[in-house]
Design a protein around this ligand. Structure first.
Ligand SMILES: Nc1ncnc2c1ncn2[C@@H]1O[C@H](COP(=O)(O)OP(=O)(O)O)[C@@H](O)[C@H]1O
Ligand SMILES: [Mg+2]
Length: 244
């Protein structure tokens, strides 16, 4: 592959990591990587596996649109350019092994663990930290665990939480305009040249979206819970994100 829309062509030189949803490629520029979005879908930490037609194309399009919007609103992100249907050119990050989950409405593990009724609107968003470690099933943790594990400093965790809150404040009304309720979402961050940038993706794989009028689930829960209509849900979100 040779993409010439940049100052210099951007080639995939070496596969650095094959994850559950994406491949990460090195490029000739050590500061840049390419995220290639796949159609593979997993849930419950790999216990359920499948594939969602065109998911990679959809999630790349949605993520690039959202990262562009967030960047325009002062959030530092790893997005450099959308190269093509499946490839996102990004600044290379030293990923901080913390998954930052922000919740506006009770669903999923908040219901299972704490007994909230699904759909309860939280007065104030809840921000949770999870250790990004598949072998350990991504356990819930707090800043003391992150620091004790040597994953991040207290200052860094504070920055992650502050960025998550700002991102939530930007995304919530943006999705509301598109008739989607942003129930909750997961973010990953990393270090790049002394700065913390938003990394990874934001998509129906990493967010819960409910249709504002019908309450219909339009995200990976359709796959997790075998609700059917998975492809249609993803393309509906893509349509609303790209059309407005
Ligand atoms: N800009 C970046 N630089 C380096 N690694 C990144 C960047 N953005 C995301 N990543 C990492 O690349 C991987 C993306 O592939 P994914 O399929 O999501 O993997 P995983 O199975 O670990 O969730 C993730 O491990 C993520 O932390
Ligand atoms: Mg991932």
């Amino acid at each position: 592959m040779n993409i010439t829309k940049h100052m210099q062509p951007m080639n995939k030189t070496q596969l650095l990591h094959e994850g559950k949803a994406k491949k990460v490629w090195a490029t000739e520029d050590p500061d840049l990587i390419i995220q290639e979005f796949k159609d593979d879908a997993t849930a419950f930490n790999n216990k359920k596996r499948g594939s969602i037609a065109d998911k990679g194309v959809t999630n790349n399009a949605i993520s690039c649109r959202l990262f562009t919007m967030l960047g325009e609103n002062g959030i530092p992100t790893h997005l450099v350019d959308k190269l093509n249907d499946r490839d996102m050119l990004c600044k290379s990050l030293d990923i901080i092994k913390v998954e930052v989950v922000t919740r506006n409405i009770a669903a999923g593990s908040l219901v299972r663990r704490y007994g909230f009724a699904e759909g309860t609107v939280l007065e104030k968003p809840i921000i949770e930290l999870y250790l990004k470690n598949d072998d350990l099933d991504d356990p819930l943790m707090n800043e003391d665990h992150a620091v004790a594990l040597g994953i991040a400093t207290y200052e860094e965790v504070a920055v992650l939480k502050e960025l998550a809150a700002k991102i939530n404040a930007l995304l919530k009304p943006w999705f509301a305009e598109r008739k989607l309720r942003l129930v909750d979402f997961k973010l990953e961050f990393g270090r790049h040249k002394g700065q913390i940038l938003l990394g990874d993706e934001i998509s129906p794989d990493t967010c819960r979206f409910w249709d504002a009028e019908t309450g219909e689930k339009l995200d990976k829960d359709r796959f997790r819970l075998d609700l059917g209509g998975v492809e249609d849900a993803y393309s509906e979100v893509k349509k609303r994100v790209l059309e407005l």
